[in-house]
Design a protein. Structure first.
Length: 199
């Protein structure tokens, strides 16, 4: 029985997403620096999720980000549960530090595809906004469940902003550079990723 075009496209999307998730997880282990209570600057680990959001849109990008967040929690973040207490804190940790934080990357990737014709600019803006939304999630987590570690800071708000901003600013910059460089070489609007034609 011949495969339909829809089946082929779905298979392609699932395969590409699985590869990009695996790449994102692998790159998350390549850490330029990491902080003692979680948070690190990685080598382009956000880029694959942002690209999936750009290629396949808001819903698919969001779902891919959620899956990535859960994988990060299971593979690298379970130890963080030892530092917080109570169901409410666990829920905030799961949602703000993993599920919503990484979902933001898929959302960011999808935001500017239709609004901005230049692929590099659209992806660069998406990487910046996705990283900013991820920072907001970590900031909320820092204020609500990590505030007891704010010793020496003027306020828990300053602590969360400073702590999370210290790695997210660098992570955002690396992601923006990564997606822009890739967008200058590859055409992510094509079903098959092809090198961009020189004008």
């Amino acid at each position: 029985m011949a495969q339909t075009k829809s089946t082929i496209n779905t298979t392609r999307k699932l395969t590409e997403t699985a590869i990009m998730l695996a790449l994102a997880v692998a790159l998350s282990y390549v850490q330029i620096f990491s902080l003692p209570m979680g948070g690190s600057v990685t080598l382009f680990s956000q880029v694959p999720i942002i690209i999936i959001g750009y290629r396949y849109g808001f819903k698919w990008g969001s779902l891919t980000g959620i899956i990535y967040g859960l994988l990060e929690m299971l593979l690298q973040g379970l130890g963080n549960f030892a530092y917080v207490k109570g169901i409410g804190a666990y829920l905030i940790l799961i949602l703000a530090d993993y599920v919503l934080a990484f979902m933001a990357l898929g959302i960011g990737g999808s935001l500017f595809k239709k609004a901005v014709k230049n692929q590099a600019v659209a992806l660069g803006l998406g990487a910046f906004v996705g990283s900013a939304l991820r920072f907001v999630c970590h900031f909320v987590s820092g204020v609500t469940i990590w505030g007891e570690y704010a010793d020496g800071w003027q306020s828990v708000w300053a602590y969360s902003a400073g702590y999370n901003g210290s790695y997210m600013a660098a992570e955002a910059a690396i992601s923006v550079v990564g997606v822009v460089l890739l967008a200058l070489v590859l055409d992510f609007n094509q079903v098959d990723l092809k090198k961009k034609k020189k004008n």
